[in-house]
Structures are given as structure tokens and as C-alpha cells.
Design a protein around this ligand. Structure first.
Ligand SMILES: Cc1cc2nc3c(=O)[nH]c(=O)nc-3n(C[C@H](O)[C@H](O)[C@H](O)COP(=O)(O)OP(=O)(O)OC[C@H]3O[C@@H](n4cnc5c(N)ncnc54)[C@H](O)[C@@H]3O)c2cc1C
Ligand code: SF4
Ligand code: SF4
Length: 418
């Protein structure tokens, strides 16, 4: 596909806020039709939540295949500028002629970094690794994760001791570390702004009825994705965080904080399919492994219905229709109390691991609350005059739906409808 000629100003230029699968899709689709694209991501790497997923439902393929194809499209297209560790400060101007001011955090590690890792070897400071939700530790200077794009080490400003240390600077053979770097502010002129800031997990701190924080063996669904991932804390072997012994019996608690007036009133749409997927990859690890999925309704639709049939045929997985009343600890072992709606009986059962299927909360860049629905998601239809939005900041959805929607957004931009 053609990329914009360096000497001509493209008629359309787009600034995309959020470099998850939604923003990445919009970026490559727009750039490959000749738009100039600026992709602004607050983290030091692209990929958003998908970069941390173990296997994609419904096909159970590695999400990195899809991401890598897109990273290749980005690398090969001079019309896309990726600004990681960056946030939009201000948008001014008029539709079709916006000025967007973007601040990029200090670039302590420059593009000269070859990702050799010598700096991390000498770095004396350790911190929780946010990529693995704190289940592992990393050095203050580290590659955000082993498949990170851009492939560049990154310094965690909050813990690095800088001038009193400088060990990484001396260790780097490529002169790629500059601890005196400052934040940079740049301004871009664009015709369109796309919001694709995605989602974060519902805060499990609110789930006191499920003993959150009292046991390392009570996890959220996003932590489970990392536990199952080959590049995760246990190289994909699902072990109990408390003692690193293999987990043999796992309970999945559906709607943990979703469809509940005390928490999130809405259905997060993807967590049923996510738990089915996690139960499949857990039971696949050993014939002895057993998974119980406690649900109110199993909400899977479209192609994911075949996926549900697959789970129903798996005799290592039980689907239990019933709301979990509580998760307690008995001698440090998680115990679930639930009602089994179909038999009318109460269940009390202990497990090696309990996975809370926490819901999706929208991440919103600073936009007026009048543009949000009652649950805090962006109302796409309320955006006009050069603004549009896609992905999970508009409503919870899976990757296939996100990709379709973002491609559609770009068509609207090209037709001048956004
Ligand atoms: C446990 C779990 C498992 C899942 N498994 C699957 C699966 O197997 N298959 C599937 O199809 N779907 C799955 N999903 C759904 C999938 O994660 C979403 O469809 C996908 O993440 C949506 O992408 P997005 O780009 O909208 O959002 P995100 O992935 O959240 O990306 C948004 C990006 O925007 C960035 N950002 C946020 N705010 C700003 C800001 N102000 N400025 C700059 N950048 C910002 C974020 O850092 C992030 O990189 C799963 C969901 C859960 C909860
Ligand atoms: S910053 Fe330097 S030492 Fe560290 S990984 Fe990059 S090139 Fe290697
Ligand atoms: S200066 Fe910071 S990143 Fe570098 S080695 Fe010291 S603590 Fe680690």
C-alpha cells in the first residue's frame, strides 16, 4: 500500500489516543490509505491489554501473532509516528484543523538501545513488574516485556535512584542511557482525533466479600492470563502463587463485581468467554486438573457459542449455575460458598485457586462527562466535528469486534464523516 510522499501534505491526518488493538488497527488502516497518523500511547509499549493475554478466544491462538503483523505494518509505514510514554495535554482549533499538544515523558533510554540487557544486570533496584500485575519483580531498568514494541529498555522513574547510582549508564556499550533527559512537548496539526483508550479491570479492592487481598491464591482474571502465559511469571505452568505448587482445582467466579448494583451494574460482555478459555487452557495442562465455573448466566454469543459447546463436552470442567455468596479462607485455602440454583442446594467447596472474573471499566481521556453514558463509557454518537471513538472505551467487546469497529471508523474519517 502507498505511504504518504514526504513532499506532499496528506489531506487527512489523524491523531489516535491509545495504542491498544483498537488504536493500532485505526492507525494502520488510516496510514495505508495515505493519512498521516500520530499514535499516542501512555505506556512505553503498544498493544494495550491484548499484549498481556495468553491465548485468544475463540481460536486459542497466541495474541502476539496478530499484534506482530500490525507492528510490522507500522514499522513499514513512514506515515505513522508512534509516540509511546506520551499523553495528550490539550486539543484546540476547529474541526478539520486541530492543534494537539502532546507531552512525552523523559526519554532516558534512546532508540540506540539494542535490548542487550547489560544495564538490567547491574541495576541494584527492584520493583513490582506491572506487566505481570505485581506477581514478579523487575529491575528499575527493564524491557517492559519480552515481546515489547518498540523494543527498547525503559526506566521506571518512580524507583530509579538516578544520579546517586548511574550504574546502567556505565554498563551500556551503546551510550543509549541519558539520565538527564527532559520531558518533550510537541504540537501536531491534524484533521481528526480518534479516542481508543480502552479499559482497565474493575478494582478488586472493592470485592471484600471475596476475601480480596487475604490470599495470594485469589486472583483476578487478568492475573490468570499472565499465569497461563508462556512469557508470564511461571512460564505458563499454572502454579499456586502461595507456594508455587501446581494448581489442580480452580473455581472461576463469574460477574465478580459486574451486574451488581453495589459494583458495576452492567455486563462486561467478555468475561464469560475469558473464563471458558482459561478453564480450557488450565485443564489442558493435566488430565487431573478440574475447573468449576460459577455463573449467573453464561453470556457468550456468535462464534463463541461453539466455544461454549466445547467446554460443555469437557468432563474436567463443571458449569455451576449459581451466585457465589462468599470466598473465605480455611487454613489459608480458599473456600467458596454458593447456591446451586438447579439443585436448590448450597455448595461449600475448597480450591487451590479462585479466579475472580472482574469486569471492564472504561479508561477515559479528559473529555466532558456529558459525552459519557450512565456507566462511564463514551457515547460514540455524541462525538462529532472531527472526533470519533472506538474499542472498549465505548463498550466492552472482544478483539474481533474491536478490529471491525476501528476499521469502520477509518472509513468514516476518509469519507469526511468524522
Ligand atoms: C480477562 C480477559 C481476557 C480477554 N481475552 C480475550 C480473548 O481471548 N479474545 C478476545 O477477543 N478478547 C479478549 N478480551 C477482550 C480484549 O482485552 C479487548 O477486546 C481489547 O483489549 C480491546 O482493545 P482496546 O484497544 O479497546 O483497549 P485496550 O487493550 O485497553 O488498549 C487501550 C490502550 O490505550 C492506552 N491509554 C489509555 N488511556 C490513555 C491516554 N489517556 N493516553 C494515551 N494512551 C492511553 C492504554 O495504555 C492501552 O494501551 C479479554 C478481556 C479480559 C478482561
Ligand atoms: S540501554 Fe544499553 S545496556 Fe540497556 S539494553 Fe539498551 S543497549 Fe543494552
Ligand atoms: S540509575 Fe536507575 S536504572 Fe540505572 S542502574 Fe541505577 S537505579 Fe537502575
Amino acid at each position: 500500500m502507498p505511504s504518504p510522499d514526504q513532499n506532499t501534505v496528506p489531506e487527512k491526518s489523524v491523531l489516535i489516543i491509545g495504542g491498544g488493538i483498537s488504536g493500532i488497527t485505526a492507525a494502520v488502516e488510516a496510514a495505508e490509505t495515505g493519512c498521516r497518523v500520530y499514535l499516542v500511547e501512555k505506556l512505553p509499549y503498544l498493544g494495550g491489554q491484548v499484549a498481556r493475554i495468553n491465548e485468544y478466544f475463540p481460536k486459542l491462538c497466541p495474541p502476539y501473532c496478530g499484534l506482530e503483523i500490525n507492528f510490522k505494518r507500522i514499522r513499514n509505514n513512514s506515515g505513522i509516528e508512534v509516540l509511546t510514554s506520551s499523553m495528550v495535554e490539550e486539543i484546540s482549533g476547529i474541526p478539520g484543523d486541530f492543534k494537539v499538544r502532546v507531552q512525552t515523558a523523559p526519554e532516558y533510554v534512546t532508540p540506540d538501545c539494542t535490548a542487550c540487557g547489560d544495564c538490567a544486570v547491574v541495576c541494584p533496584v527492584e520493583t513490582d513488574d506491572p506487566f505481570n500485575h505485581g506477581m514478579t519483580r523487575r529491575k528499575a531498568i527493564a524491557l517492559p516485556h519480552e515481546l515489547a514494541y518498540p523494543v527498547r529498555f525503559h526506566i521506571d522513574d518512580k524507583v530509579c535512584t538516578k544520579d546517586s547510582c548511574k550504574k546502567c549508564v556505565a554498563a551500556c556499550k551503546y551510550d543509549a542511557i541519558h539520565l538527564g533527559a527532559n520531558a518533550q512537548t510537541r504540537e501536531f496539526k491534524v484533521t481528526t482525533v480518534i479516542l481508543s483508550t480502552g479499559w482497565k479491570s474493575y478494582d478488586p479492592e472493592n470485592l471484600t466479600e471475596f476475601s480480596w487481598g487475604n490470599s495470594a491464591d485469589i486472583l483476578t482474571n487478568v492475573m490468570m492470563e499472565r499465569l497461563g502465559a508462556p512469557n508470564g511469571p511461571t512460564e505458563g505452568k499454572i502454579l499456586k502463587p502461595s507456594d508455587q505448587q501446581p494448581a489442580r482445582k480452580i473455581a472461576f467466579v463469574q460477574c465478580a463485581g459486574s451486574r451488581d448494583e453495589n459494583h458495576l451494574p452492567y455486563c462486561s460482555a467478555v468475561c464469560c468467554s475469558a473464563s471458558l478459555k482459561q478453564a480450557i487452557y488450565f485443564t489442558r495442562q493435566d488430565k487431573e486438573n478440574k475447573a468449576d465455573i460459577y455463573y449467573i448466566d453464561l453470556r457468550v454469543s456468535g462464534r463463541n457459542e461453539d466455544f461454549l459447546n466445547r467446554v460443555e463436552d469437557n468432563d474436567q470442567i463443571r458449569l455451576i449455575k449459581g451466585k457465589v455468596i462468599s470466598v473465605d479462607l480455611d487454613e489459608n485455602r480458599p473456600v467458596i460458598e454458593a447456591e446451586d440454583i438447579l439443585s436448590g442446594r448450597k455448595i461449600r467447596a475448597d480450591y487451590d485457586l479462585v479466579v475472580l472474573a472482574t469486569g471492564i471499566v472504561p479508561e477515559i481521556p479528559g473529555i466532558p462527562v456529558t459525552l459519557l453514558d450512565q456507566d462511564g463509557f463514551i457515547i460514540k454518537e455524541s462525538l462529532e466535528n472531527g472526533f470519533s471513538a472506538g474499542g472498549c472505551c465505548c463498550e466492552p467487546k472482544d478483539v474481533a469486534a474491536t478490529v471491525q469497529e476501528s476499521t469502520g471508523l477509518v472509513l468514516n474519517v476518509l469519507k469526511g464523516n468524522a
